[in-house]
Design a protein around this ligand. Structure first.
Ligand SMILES: [Mg+2]
Length: 340
């Protein structure tokens, strides 16, 4: 049996066995957005790591060094955000091929440092080595959060309102524009390309939501809403019902799907690399949480559906019919390449 047969998540389930040889103080190991373990102090420590590999995660010719540096750090910060944490320190390891110019690398670190500065994250170390072919970047970020405010995947409860902190599908549309050589055709395409190239980690949003009574589970949308919400319902032993007309989609995405004649809700569901947060909250507190969010951030917290006791995920369409949702998002060991 090969990696293709078990998929990325099957592989993770396989390697997580035997990893905890000293479990005391460990709250979460492999299987959530970040690891969490107790230190001496009042707060728990969070650790997350992500590796970006040329031709698997990005095309160097299609991505500036600045954008790549930004994204390599942003995806890690997003995982800290999904735990409700404050990001603290970053460690960057990089394997560099001979044909990668110093200018590209300078821009890469500039992109990383610009985001790090805005998020008050120190770059404290890492490793640098030579690669024979592809550029490889691995970033590790630590963070911290009060233990009782930690946002976990396994804490959703039946009846919870499901929220998204932002629009879905823009990044994948931006990727499509790049891969199909379609854009940019105008300011709307520029917005989609920016969503793909410079995703903004929702750290302040995650911290805000973690501090609200009644917020239960959270995850960041990296693989796509259907896939990532699938992780919450699987870990929580619940199901979910989403409403197609409530999925937050930008005007730019609506223009994109109209132009290509594809279903906007389907596109937003599959998405990927949105780096918004999906959180679930007690329905009795949901209105207050959404009002507080709008006051704090000047934009809506989108209610997109409900956590159900019955397993499985369904999408209710505009006509009121519901159909099952399959997790169609990203799985690196099951997909052969970027799309189509
Ligand atoms: Mg994540």
């Amino acid at each position: 049996m090969g990696l293709k047969a078990i998929g990325e998540f099957g592989f993770i389930a396989r390697i997580r066995r035997g990893c905890l040889v000293r479990p005391e103080g460990v709250i979460l190991g492999i299987g959530d957005d970040a690891a969490a373990f107790r230190t001496d102090g009042r707060l728990v420590c969070l650790v997350t790591t992500d590796m970006l590999i040329e031709r698997v995660h990005f095309l160097r010719a299609a991505m500036s060094g600045f954008d790549l540096g930004h994204k390599a750090l942003a995806v890690n910060l997003s995982d800290i955000a999904a735990m409700g944490g404050t990001a603290r320190e970053a460690f960057v390891s990089i394997a560099i091929p001979d044909d990668c110019t110093l200018a590209y690398l300078d821009a890469l670190y500039d992109g990383m440092k610009a985001l790090a500065e805005r998020c008050a994250v120190n770059l404290l170390g890492g490793d640098t080595t030579r690669s024979l072919a592809d550029l490889v970047i691995n970033v590790t970020v630590t963070g911290q959060a009060p233990e009782r405010e930690l946002l976990r995947r396994d804490a959703a409860r039946p009846g919870d309102v499901i929220f998204s902190t932002g629009c879905l599908g823009d990044s994948r549309a931006g990727l499509s524009l790049i891969l199909k050589g379609l854009g940019p055709g105008g300011p709307e395409d520029e917005a989609l390309l920016a969503a793909h190239r410079r995703p903004e980690p929702h750290l302040a949003e995650g911290r805000f939501l973690a501090a609200q009574p009644g917020v239960h589970a959270a995850i960041d949308v990296s693989d796509g809403l259907s896939s990532d919400l699938g992780h919450i319902v699987a870990a929580s032993g619940t199901g979910a019902r989403l409403e197609a007309e409530r999925l937050p989609v930008s005007p730019a995405l609506q223009a994109f799907t109209a132009r290509l004649g594809i279903d906007t809700a389907e596109f937003a569901l599959a998405g990927g690399e949105d780096y918004t947060l999906i959180v679930t909250a007690d329905p009795a507190r949901a209105g207050e949480i959404a009002r507080g969010f709008r006051e704090a951030f000047g934009r809506p917290l989108y209610a997109i559906g409900t956590i159900t006791a019955a397993p499985g995920m369904t999408l209710v369409d505009l006509s009121g019919r519901s159909r099952p949702i399959r997790p169609t998002g990203w799985d690196h060991f099951k997909e052969d390449s970027h799309e189509g």
